[in-house]
Write a protein that binds this ligand. Sequence first.
Ligand code: ZN
Length: 300
Amino acid sequence: MKICVVFAFAALGLISCGPSTGSGSFDKLTMTQGAHHDKIAVVTTFSTLNSFVEAVGGSYVTVHNLVPIGASPETYQPTPQDVATLADAQLLVENGTGIEVWLQHTISTASNPNLRILILSDGLKHIDHNPHLWMDPVLASLYAGKVARALSLMDPSHAAGYRRNAAVYQQKLVALQDEIAKSIATVPPQRRTMIVFHNAWQYYNDRFGIRTVGVIEVSPGQEPNPSYIASLVDLARKYNVRAVFSEPEYSPKIAQALAKSAGIKTVSDLYDDSIANNARVHDYISMLRYDTGVIVKALK
Ligand SMILES: [Zn+2]
């Protein structure tokens, strides 16, 4: 197994997985790749991250995600095609913070000496090892900045373009943050509470003043026991929670049972780890806009 080494700009989290000879410079590798590819071949781990690369990379990159739309990156089983995709890629963009537990083995199997890896959450403050930092538009803006710096390092001739694209996208994220805050403000403060299936909402909720009262599945893939569910029912009553929120990629059974016991409703169409295969939730910004509409409607 190859050992990934931090190649340059440790704070950026840009890592080389090439042979650890220490002889190849970043520029030299970039120029070698440039001779074979017109566009930088970028692979992301899951679809929500594609927006940041597409917005910043524009026409200078191709973007492909490994985890299919509608699947969970936390419990994903990589395929032989994923290994082949990484073997041909130049830049892998992953979230990090333990969400892609399956990834290291795929990288090792792909054995691509030219692959660079950008870990978007590196160097950012985490809450309780929760990986869902991108759900806060402020942190998503930092992700976009990291993508711009990584692409500029790999492709310096287009650095100004990457910076410009990132700035335009970051302006959109500022407007999105403002739009979400205004929408949440229409919900009475005492009703700003959620019980969620898995805790993709911690950063969003912290940013917009929503209290995460409870989480059904604390560890990915681990079903909660009945006494834990009973404690969530108590919390739902105590905090007057109005709905249990889940995503289409998870079975709705436990959320529905909890909601029934607590006498509240179930909302099962939130998107966070994956965008959707429809026009309403086709990228990061439309996803957060859609989710906010769903949350506000359920809490009002
Ligand atoms: Zn998740």
